[in-house]
Design a protein around this ligand. Structure first.
Ligand code: CU
Length: 261
């Protein structure tokens, strides 16, 4: 009987914690952020309802079939119709949720970046983020793995003989102008990391050997943390940086400052 009460109590506490939104997301700072939040709430409502119903039923069965004197346990081989029914129901539910979220996914990953999009390359490595801007020529210079030299300040292996690489700006922190579409090109030098900015509602793995493009538009100025959201080694906890969302003018002068440095 106590177990049933404990199950119900845990269910109530869980619902209160989610419904009260005591620990919730920070205010969104990207154009797709609100859609992500809406999708999150839909998903939470659906899964929350299933959670509450199943926990209430679990407590009920624990109570109903608790041990009673002289009662014998019976073997039951299961019910195929029920198995098929709830597997189908779960499948339909998941497909509906996936389809409902496709629009956001499409905007961030599939749709081509607009012409005026700012392209920024992000390369994760144990345990830092390297942010690269193409510089005045608008072109990323070639990188060659054999030129990688962290202590000499060339963490990406930029081929500095090449004119396209000479004006590239590689910095440890990021800045973007507000309301301008940004296309990130996510890379990794060693293991799998994850580029995560809570306010922008972005979390994307960076995978060695492939470049993953991701689009967003920042809609609120501020300074937000970039964290690595994939356990990537002993120093994972200190793999963090910052992104500043600036006005166009501030961004322009920030970029000039970075290239001088
Ligand atoms: Cu990492």
């Amino acid at each position: 009987m106590l177990l049933a009460l404990a199950i119900w109590l845990i269910t109530i506490v869980t619902v209160v914690l989610f419904a009260g939104q005591f620990w919730w997301f920070p205010e969104s700072a990207s154009s797709h952020g609100e859609s992500v939040d809406r999708q999150f709430v839909y998903t939470l409502l659906v899964t929350g309802l299933v959670f509450v119903l199943s926990q209430v039923a679990l407590g009920y069965f624990v109570l109903r079939y608790r041990q009673r004197p002289g009662q014998k346990a019976l073997y039951h081989h299961g019910n195929n119709k029920m198995e098929i029914a709830w597997t189908l129901a779960a499948t339909v539910l998941f497909y509906v949720m996936v389809i409902a979220g496709q629009g956001i996914w499409y905007d961030m990953y599939i749709e081509a970046a607009p012409q005026d999009a700012l392209r920024i390359e992000v390369t994760g490595q144990q345990f830092a983020w390297n942010i690269r801007y193409a510089g005045p020529d608008g072109e990323f210079g070639p990188v060659r793995p054999e030129l990688i030299n962290d202590s000499a300040g060339n963490p990406l292996g930029l081929d500095l003989q090449n004119p396209a690489a000479q004006d590239d700006i590689v910095v440890p922190t990021m800045a973007v102008p507000i309301n301008r579409p940004v296309e990130l090109l996510l890379r990794s030098k060693d293991v799998t990391h994850a580029f995560s900015v809570r306010e922008l509602r972005i979390k994307q793995d960076t995978v060695p050997g492939i470049i993953i493009p991701l689009r967003f538009t920042a809609t609120r100025t501020g300074r937000f943390e970039i964290s690595c959201a994939e356990l990537c080694g002993m120093g994972h906890h200190r793999m963090r940086s910052f992104i500043e969302v600036l006005s166009e003018e501030d961004y322009a002068s920030w970029l000039v400052e970075q290239s001088e440095y």
